[in-house]
Design a protein around this ligand. Structure first.
Ligand SMILES: [Zn+2]
Ligand SMILES: [Zn+2]
Length: 235
């Protein structure tokens, strides 16, 4: 630990961002909270990353019915009460200092997905929403991950041109309708024939990242994969 960091830790002891208990090192969660986090197991749908009940199965029922446009989506955590306790402050309450820790979790689980990509693109916010929130949490994750592996970080290629309604309480069909034609690619040269990795904080139905994939492929991307920190899992 650097000298300056030691002094800072003495003056302002770091706290676990989930339970607020005092911890030794900043930029971490306490052992107890880490143990409670629900990491998604390895047996998942090869397309959308949904956990599957049987190891032998390879594709979930909804991807079997209609496969997504992206090649594969993977998420690190189940989105539940405990992961929400760290994701919501990161998303809405200026807890930007959590970005290195959260991207570290994504990287340690799915570094192969980053290594095989040419560039990382965050799911963009509409400028109106960005102005209100001051920052885009997915862009912070993408920037950190791109830096770790020296990949291109392209936050301006994909633009959100439609200020969509919040999708919190919408079902899958409504979400799909709401997000339709919400994105545009502004500089297609940067992604032509490239393996693109979309980065987002939470995957819910996959409608948003599927719509992003649609415009990226149309603009000439060779392949699109998705990596998110967490995923909503309906049992
Ligand atoms: Zn804790
Ligand atoms: Zn699936």
């Amino acid at each position: 630990m650097k000298f300056f960091e030691k002094i800072l830790n003495y003056l302002l002891p770091p706290h676990c961002p989930i339970c607020e208990k005092q911890i030794l090192d900043s930029g971490a969660v306490c052992g107890e909270c880490f143990g409670k986090l629900d990491f998604i197991p390895n047996s998942v749908c090869q397309f959308c990353g949904k956990p599957l009940p049987y190891k032998e199965a390879k594709v979930c029922a909804s991807c079997l019915k209609k496969p997504p446009l992206y090649t594969c989506a993977r998420s690190v955590l189940k989105y539940n009460e405990i992961s929400k306790a760290i994701i919501l402050p990161f998303k809405h309450a200026d807890a930007v200092e959590l970005a290195p820790l959260l991207s570290q979790w994504m990287n340690s689980r799915y570094s192969d997905l980053i290594i095989t990509s040419d560039c990382l693109i965050p799911v963009p916010l509409h400028t109106k929403r960005l102005f209100k929130r001051k920052y885009n949490q997915s862009a912070l994750l993408a920037k950190n991950l791109a830096k770790i592996h020296h990949k291109s970080y392209l936050p301006r290629v994909l633009r959100r041109t439609k200020n969509t309604q919040s999708q919190g309480h919408m079902n899958a069909n409504k979400r799909q309708e709401n997000i339709k034609n919400a994105f545009q690619v502004s500089n297609s040269q940067q992604i032509k024939n490239k393996n693109v990795l979309i980065i987002d904080d939470v995957l819910t139905t996959g409608a948003t990242v599927n719509e992003c994939t649609k415009v990226l492929l149309k603009a000439g991307a060779k392949q699109v994969n998705v990596l998110t920190l967490a995923r909503v899992i309906k049992e």
